[in-house]
Design a protein around this ligand. Structure first.
Ligand SMILES: *[C@@H]1O[C@H](CO)[C@@H](O)[C@H](O)[C@H]1NC(C)=O
Ligand SMILES: *[C@@H]1O[C@H](CO)[C@@H](O)[C@H](O)[C@H]1NC(C)=O
Ligand SMILES: *[C@@H]1O[C@H](CO)[C@@H](O)[C@H](O)[C@H]1NC(C)=O
Ligand SMILES: *[C@@H]1O[C@H](CO)[C@@H](O)[C@H](O)[C@H]1NC(C)=O
Ligand SMILES: *[C@@H]1O[C@H](CO)[C@@H](O)[C@H](O)[C@H]1NC(C)=O
Ligand SMILES: *[C@@H]1O[C@H](CO)[C@@H](O)[C@H](O)[C@H]1NC(C)=O
Ligand SMILES: *[C@@H]1O[C@H](CO)[C@@H](O)[C@H](O)[C@H]1NC(C)=O
Ligand SMILES: *[C@@H]1O[C@H](CO)[C@@H](O)[C@H](O)[C@H]1NC(C)=O
Ligand SMILES: *[C@@H]1O[C@H](CO)[C@@H](O)[C@H](O)[C@H]1NC(C)=O
Ligand SMILES: *[C@@H]1O[C@H](CO)[C@@H](O)[C@H](O)[C@H]1NC(C)=O
Ligand SMILES: *[C@@H]1O[C@H](CO)[C@@H](O)[C@H](O)[C@H]1NC(C)=O
Ligand SMILES: [Cu+2]
Length: 571
């Protein structure tokens, strides 16, 4: 009875705290299961939700409360994150393991209240526990309020398209009986890079260019003369992707659950974690055309394969034996990657105003580095027999054994420190060709950066060339932020802020910091709680490229964190 009341109270509190009006409560049931997947000439067991891959699409309207009962019926710990959902005052169901919760252990259940507020467009959900997000993900579509419309002509149809990746996991001598989890354990043990993926996927299907996969290739049927809304999501673990449709230009209309000014483009660059909404105009000669995706990679080893789906015009005609493929940029075309992202702009009109802080109270400068650590007897396979690590401001994140949110709420000591620095230990030429090895080894820590309620924050992310320069798609939980500037090379505080876009910057929650470059973001810290920020390349976050913000409560009643639900998983 008591538990029921508590639970009821939390939901009532959330409902009272979200906007009044027509907000609805929607319920979903998620069951984590082991499911067989036979593609690419193999039959493997993967973790899924409800046996579906990709997992179920959640549909909601702006401002709704979505209640998801997550049952763990598999043999793995799991947590689920609602990527891009701000969860106002309610970090409890946000999901990052050991940051806001302990894992949902096998045989248990967690009821997650997914609190929508001003998000509108495409978001997604994915596991946030070790490497399980490789197969545990799905789309989260936020439609406009019932009385409202899209800020573009109503499309004839709409479809989510999720890019994913797949590992066969062939380890020289034998097929691994297990899953991506072992890939993670293996590369963290040896200290090297993880093995690269064997295939990329469009809605769970590799496509015609891979062996044994042609039959199930994803197909999108279109009628000539009609326009379709495609909700593209990058669920790939470790790569920024290029995406193109042969012979077709598209019109970009949104990204990361927020509308953008319309952009005509013949390609898309999309970071892991990011979403891009675009209109596909079926205005070409009726035929079959490939949509295709492959990586953008500025450094290192990568999977150079191409995943495809087919856009099929309906009607009577003779399709070609093989649809035409789009042509791609070179894998390493950084300007193509960066140019796409740079042209994104908010609508910035009366109905969709921009609220970017013009002045900031907190200026943070965060270096993003690949690092090395030592191994006994130089026995690892990273540079100089050491192990690869990564850091923010020279601190490699060590996840605690009890989640930070619980420690903060219950005032437990010894779980985390509150001294995550606003600046790196000392300045150097971050992007110089050879960074001295003296600077390669970071410190380990579980440090949080404390923000006052309603402070206005600027973060400049500076990519460094330590060990190896590479792009970093940075993701902030609990917030969207305005991307006000970016550039290549070192950020220059006396020069670069003069060129910030404070008029119509895009509102994002994942942004790729260019290789050996910088990106500046701004947001108002008006969502109290414990919020993770990390690189969305899974190997980088496994190496420690993440940190946590604690945003303090405000003074007024509706500026304070809500209480936890009664069924928080225990460690
Ligand atoms: C794959 O394996 C599962 C369980 O081992 C089995 O049920 C399924 O029929 C197999 N599928 C194929 C295509 O071999
Ligand atoms: C696509 O847009 C480019 C300019 O970005 C233009 O040159 C090209 O003709 C367009 N192609 C189609 C099929 O509309
Ligand atoms: C992809 O990589 C493989 C192995 O490194 C190489 O043999 C092949 O030529 C590459 N393909 C492309 C299209 O670059
Ligand atoms: C990209 O790769 C091509 C071919 O491998 C190489 O010639 C070129 O120098 C590379 N460009 C950059 C910017 O690294
Ligand atoms: C990217 O933009 C720069 C500057 O506008 C231009 O010089 C370059 O050609 C563009 N690259 C691509 C691939 O469009
Ligand atoms: C930090 O942890 C890593 C492994 O987790 C270890 O290799 C490294 O030596 C540690 N560094 C310090 C300074 O303790
Ligand atoms: C390191 O090497 C020494 C000498 O070869 C050996 O005695 C020791 O057991 C090694 N330690 C580890 C942890 O492998
Ligand atoms: C930093 O290093 C880059 C790349 O080597 C070089 O072009 C630049 O001039 C250096 N900047 C300073 C301030 O030394
Ligand atoms: C990171 O911290 C370690 C340990 O204090 C130090 O040796 C190293 O020089 C620092 N590196 C940078 C880039 O600040
Ligand atoms: C930063 O920009 C200012 C103004 O353009 C310039 O005078 C200064 O030399 C730049 N600093 C560096 C390190 O490049
Ligand atoms: C699940 O997580 C708990 C800590 O919350 C840990 O004790 C346990 O070993 C984990 N189980 C598995 C199968 O990883
Ligand atoms: Cu990264």
């Amino acid at each position: 009875m008591r538990i029921f009341l508590l639970c009821f109270n939390v939901i009532v509190l959330i409902l009272c705290s979200i906007q009044q009006g027509e907000a609805a409560v929607r319920r979903y049931k998620f069951e984590l299961q082991d499911t067989s997947y036979s593609r690419l000439c193999t039959n493997k067991t993967i973790l899924t939700i409800n046996g579906q891959f990709p997992g179920p699409t959640i549909y909601a309207r702006k401002g709704d409360l979505v209640i998801v009962d997550v049952y763990n019926r598999a043999n793995h710990n799991i947590t689920i994150h609602w990527h891009g959902v701000k969860m106002p005052r309610y970090p409890w169901a946000d999901g990052p393991e050991f940051v806001t919760q302990c894992p949902i252990s096998p045989g248990t259940r967690f009821r997650q209240n997914v609190v929508l507020s001003d998000e509108e467009g495409t978001l997604w959900w994915h596991a946030h526990s070790e490497w399980s997000r490789a197969t545990v993900y799905g789309a989260l579509v936020v439609l406009p309020e019932k009385k409202d419309r899209y800020p573009f002509p109503k499309p004839h149809g709409e479809v989510p398209i999720i890019l994913g990746m797949f590992l066969l996991i062939y380890n020289h001598w034998e097929w691994w009986n297990s899953d991506v989890q072992e890939v993670m354990e293996e590369f963290l043990r040896t200290g090297g890079d993880p093995i690269i993926s064997d295939a990329f996927l469009i809605n769970g299907q590799p496509g015609d260019l891979y062996p044994c996969s042609r039959r199930d290739t994803f197909k999108m049927k279109v009628e000539y003369g009609k326009t379709y809304l495609v909700r593209l999501i990058n669920g790939v673990m470790n790569n920024i992707m290029f995406f193109k449709i042969a012979n077709h230009n598209v019109t970009i209309v949104g990204s990361d659950g927020s509308y953008t000014k319309q952009i005509n483009s013949d390609y898309i660059t999309i970071s892991p974690g990011q979403t891009v909404d675009f209109l596909l105009h079926a205005n070409q000669k009726p035929s079959h055309y490939y949509m295709a995706s492959r990586v953008y990679a500025s450094a290192g080893d990568y999977d150079n394969t191409t995943t495809t789906g087919v856009v099929e015009y309906v009607g009577n005609y003779n399709p070609p034996p093989t649809p035409s493929l789009p042509t791609f940029f070179q894998f390493n075309d950084t300007s193509a990657s960066v140019n796409f992202t740079r042209q994104l702009r908010s609508l910035a009109n009366k109905k969709y105003p921009v609220d970017v802080p013009q002045k900031v109270s907190d200026i943070l400068f965060f270096t993003l580095s690949i690092n090395t650590g030592s191994c006994p007897n130089d026995s690892c396979v990273g540079p100089n027999g050491g192990r690869l690590l990564a850091s923010v401001n020279n601190i490699t994140l060590q996840l605690p054994k009890v989640d930070i949110l619980q420690a903060y709420y219950k005032r437990l000591s010894g779980i985390y420190e509150t001294d995550f620095p606003d600046n790196p230990p000392f300045p150097y030429n971050y992007t110089q060709q050879f960074v001295p090895q003296l600077l390669w080894t970071p410190e380990n820590g579980t440090d949080v950066n404390i923000l006052e309620y309603d402070s206005t924050v600027e973060i400049v992310f500076q990519g460094t060339n330590t060990v190896a320069g590479i792009d970093h798609p940075m993701h902030l939980h609990g917030y969207s932020f305005y991307v006000v500037g970016s550039g290549l090379g070192n950020f220059n505080r006396s020069r670069d802020p003069l060129n910030y876009n404070l008029v119509d910057p895009p509102l994002m929650e994942t942004i790729a910091v260019p290789v050996n470059g910088w990106t500046a973001i701004r947001f108002r810290a008006n969502n109290p709680g414990v919020w993770f920020m990390h690189c969305h390349f899974e190997r980088h976050v496994s190496w420690g490229m993440g940190m946590t913000f604690i945003v303090k409560d405000g003074k007024r009643r509706n500026e304070k964190m809500l209480p936890p639900p009664p069924d928080m998983p225990k460690c």
